[in-house]
Design a binder for this molecule. Sequence first.
Ligand code: ATP
Ligand code: MG
Ligand code: MG
Ligand code: MG
Length: 562
Amino acid sequence: MKQSSYFIPTMRDVPADAEIASHQLMLRAGMIRQTASGIYSYLPLGKRVLKKVEEIIREEMDASGAIEVLMPAIQPAELWEESGRLGDYGPELMRLKDRHDRDFVLGATHEEVITSLVRDDVKSYKKLPLNLYQIQTKYRDERRPRFGVLRSREFLMKDAYSFDTSKEGLDVSYEKMYNAYTRIFQRCGLEFRAVEADSGAIGGTDTHEFMVLTEVGEDTIAYSDQSEFAANIEIAPVQAEYTKSSEAAEVLTKVETPNVRTIEELVGFFNHPADLMIKAMLFLVNDEPVVVLVRGDHEVNEIKVKNLFDKGVVELAAPEQAKQLLNCETGYIGPIGLPANVKVVADLAVQYVVNGVCGANEPGYHFQNVNPERDFEVSTYADLRLIQEGDPSPDGKGTIQFAKGIEVGHVFKLGTKYSEALGASFLDDQGKSQPMIMGCYGIGVSRTVAAIVEQSNDENGLVWPTTVAPFDIHLIAINVKDEAQLNLADKLYDELRNSRYDVLYDERPERAGVKFKDADLIGLPIRIGVGKKASEGIVEVKLRKTGEMFEVSVEELNEKLN
Ligand code: ATP
Ligand code: MG
Ligand code: MG
Ligand code: MG
């Protein structure tokens, strides 16, 4: 590619909201431009990297036996009604109407669409297992889009969905994806760690997040310094005693709820199809126990109320009735300002509810990600103490350390939540109908690009790993007015391309200093400068990563590059 006619609008001053290195560098190197808040255009360099990452993902997904499809971004709202998520997903789900006033959503994820597809076309166990994936644009109206394409509102995701006939089958599908993800992120040159995204205490290995380790990560990983234990602290087991929770359990026993004796049962009792609770409180309203659940992944004022004695059947329309019931104006529900007939019995440990409701012991509860502190104030609730650095590791081996991470991938055993809700069943070898057992597996493709940049840069700019670099070589004709230089550079440009290198050729009439600065900023792995020694057939090679520089004759160049 000749740089004079290419499109790399580099930028000197980045907007103030570009707080982190990857966001700044992607803007400065002309990879992306913001079109609206959290909505980005990819310029040629950005698009090339995206494509490289996509190709790595495709190769590994195909090698794992997954099959590529492409589903629509626009989905009929009825499908989400069928799965029960239309209300539960909250304001992150973008909704729209067509000209006939029919309701649609912009796909935030594709469980509904894929399940309805498979439901209609797969009927027999003979066609299973099946793993279908796509690389496609997703829409999430994030409360706080930031860090460029790391957390955007429109982004590229690879999402895969597996369908099996048995739990053991799902285990196999899951492991294949886990291994494929490991290879994908290795090939992207990332330093990452797969962490448990469910409770070490309750769950097994039903969901893992792939975390790129970096200080700017929004997630905190708790890991043991002496064992394999690693978990997202949003689900890591709480170390402190459940003081208030046990009180709650006691109260529940006292009030003779036939089905609920312990917090575990309470949590199971909700059987709530929602994705995540961050807060549960037990109140007595006119001496009748009422549990209030506050949704963590939604706006704070989305409140669901269930009357325990109605066995969870009655769900008061949230949030207005809940607010009325508890006479509270804001999202904060606490003892302050409650009417006389409402008494707070207990704060149920938030973390516990998170584990219980979204954790692996309740198959099908895909959770939506809630990070304490980022998403709600932990300090408001004194009884809750999250795991901390220095705590003993839950597996008894070693001490807990913290690290920051960016979630680039997530693998999840769904179970039968969607297949049951949407009726995706198969006939087993006995001719009996059974729900398919599903898994879902996501990679943020655009986020992965940003994560790579975040890990691969220095004070001069980007430092691309060779596997994902937009071009392999930056060839520079240092002084284009010098005929010998220009001729040799032209010749090398053709030769290198014939040797199957992707070459960005800087033949712009710019000063050497400008060209070198741009080359460092863009960060291609190899820079070849054709300068004063062109007449002797000698060029200068610089390796971006190490800064190593050496002169080499044109004849030896190919050999040196290998
Ligand atoms: P997060 O915790 O960052 O909000 P999530 O848990 O909501 O992510 P998933 O539903 O697990 O995301 O989606 C699969 C993958 O899609 C994530 O692992 C992440 O890499 C990517 N992703 C999710 N939200 C965004 C976003 N707003 N912008 C870019 N990538 C995203
Ligand atoms: Mg998450
Ligand atoms: Mg999210
Ligand atoms: Mg996730």
